[in-house]
Design a protein around this ligand. Structure first.
Ligand SMILES: [Zn+2]
Ligand SMILES: [Zn+2]
Length: 111
């Protein structure tokens, strides 16, 4: 169970421009952006180069791809000096959405 709802998260973390290519929410990434996902394989478009990718399907939404899914599942992590990344609550200091866990989960490597 998540200790924060997507609505609360969205209120606390307003839409932002793409951290890599700087486009506004609702716009397609501008070509060689690290954040852009591939609409064909769902991987990082920058590194896969699939044919038939549709940039309009993978527009920047204002949040990291998968960010709101992590919020929904209550998947957060924080980096503690000397310890590394640990799972934690959304209310912990320095908590970030655990996008790596989501990736592992999609690959079947994690719960
Ligand atoms: Zn971008
Ligand atoms: Zn691809």
């Amino acid at each position: 169970m998540s200790d924060v709802t997507v609505e609360q998260w969205v209120k606390k973390n307003p839409l932002r421009n793409c951290p890599d290519c700087g486009v506004k929410p609702g716009e397609a990434h501008n070509g060689s952006c690290d954040v852009e996902r591939c609409s064909v394989c769902k991987g990082q478009y920058f590194s896969c180069g699939c044919e038939g990718h549709d940039p309009n399907e993978t527009k920047w939404t204002g949040w990291w791809p998968g960010e709101l899914e992590c919020v929904e599942r209550g998947w957060f992590a924080k980096c503690t000096p000397g310890v590394g990344w640990e799972r934690c609550k959304s209310t912990d200091e320095g908590a970030m959405v655990d996008l790596n866990r989501l990736t592992d989960h999609r690959l079947g490597l994690s719960d």
